[in-house]
Ligand binder design. Structure first.
Ligand SMILES: [Zn+2]
Length: 183
């Protein structure tokens, strides 16, 4: 368990039978614990309810907030609102000879929620992660990936006339030429 994720751990020792609720904030520190994470940063509130019975644990979780991911189209940062619900059931192991049946050996047990919460965030991400329209995307990146049509590219670079002398405009014109040659 990574040091920075200890606050997302619940000790079973103090957990009574019945329902208990917890609230967690998944912030930039949280998301930075996963290397090469799809989630670059974020602020997500997680409400967790645990219902403990003698040998089982039911967990339900609601997450809501904003995360920053890469736009699939232009690779620039994209903020998206997420919300989602998930549930999980666990069974406790352990038994003692003094009691009939299986009991919860809760002394050493703890519930580590960090991975679960992180996966819940990933599962709540939309399948398509792009800026709302190509106009919000970085036009140079779009041209580089040849994702836009020629017409769209011309519209996105319509102002290039006024920038004709800049090296950026020359580069765009070159890319445009490449797109035309590809036809
Ligand atoms: Zn984009």
């Amino acid at each position: 368990m990574v040091e920075g994720l200890k606050e997302y751990t619940i000790s079973c020792k103090g957990l009574k039978n019945g329902a208990s609720t917890y609230s967690f904030l998944l912030d930039n520190d949280f998301f930075s614990q996963w290397e090469e994470s799809e989630v670059l940063s974020g602020e997500v509130r997680a409400e967790v309810e645990l219902i403990k019975a003698s040998t089982s644990l039911h967990l339900s979780c609601h997450i809501e907030g904003c995360v920053v991911v890469e736009c699939d189209r232009c690779l620039e940062p994209l903020t998206i609102e997420i919300s989602g619900d998930s549930e999980s059931d666990s069974t406790f192991d352990g038994s003692t000879e003094e009691n009939e049946g299986v009991v919860i050996d809760s002394v050493e047990e703890e519930i580590q929620l960090a991975d679960y919460l992180y996966q819940s965030v990933l599962l709540s991400l939309p399948y398509s992660r792009t800026h709302a329209s190509t106009e919000e995307c970085n036009p140079e990146m779009l041209a580089k990936f040849k994702i836009v049509t020629e017409e769209e590219f011309e519209r996105l670079t319509a102002s290039e006339g006024s920038l004709a002398e800049s090296p950026e405009a020359a580069k765009l014109a070159e890319l445009k030429q490449m797109l035309e040659n590809k036809e």
